[in-house]
Unconditional design. Sequence first.
Length: 270
Amino acid sequence: MPELPEVETIVRGLEAAVVGRRILAVQVLLPKMALAPVGVQFAPALVGERIVGSRRRGKYAVLLLASGRRLVTSLRMTGRLIVGDEGDAPYPATHVSLRLEGGLRLSFADVRTFGRMRLVEPTEAWDAALGLEPLSRDFTPERFTAMLSGRTTPVKVFLLDQRRLVGIGNIYACEALWGARIRPSRPGKALTSPAIRRLRDAVVDVLARAIELRGTSIDDYVDADGLAGGFQNRLSVYGRAGEPCSRCERPIVRTVIAQRGTWWCRTCQR
Ligand SMILES: [Zn+2]
């Protein structure tokens, strides 16, 4: 499932490939994947629009359009945004296809069809329910302390809650907690000030390092050029049950917290 570093990588790829181009034709092959505001038809509304920017918000890829509308894509489990040549064979499991100026095609493909591409009006606060960006200046230890105050949920569950912090999924939550030496089941309110600071730094560090390596390809994430990321080779705990912890050499364990597999080290995460 693409998390912040993977979506950031995709968005940067789109910035390079499609920003500045006009949309010439739109094909929707599976209507539930392409949503539009009431009274607006997805495909006709997009034809003639120019793509003027490419941004990420949480785990969403956002294409800014010249009209002020935005095309917001949620990739969910297996969604992909792939740029290719117009003449190439259609990308497998493509549900929405945008033909662009310059002989390019932007395909929204999704084997499991949980993802969505949504056209959003300029005034619509589509992201109002989303929380703080962990790579923004606002993610300070003070702010994080206030967010965790009084929280009885396990800190790992808190990290996954997109209403609090955005972009962190199972992989980077496990990795950040290992980096900060914090037991994933600890209630948020039980973290000391130094632990909160370590966790804040670990979140920022793991996300930044993963972006540098163009994301983690464990299931089937690929970037806008169809290439895999490189961070799967740098994971410290995620998916590594039974392997030695690189800090203390004790075996990494897998437990379940809130129905999600959780990888961590019983010895050095307290
Ligand atoms: Zn350890």
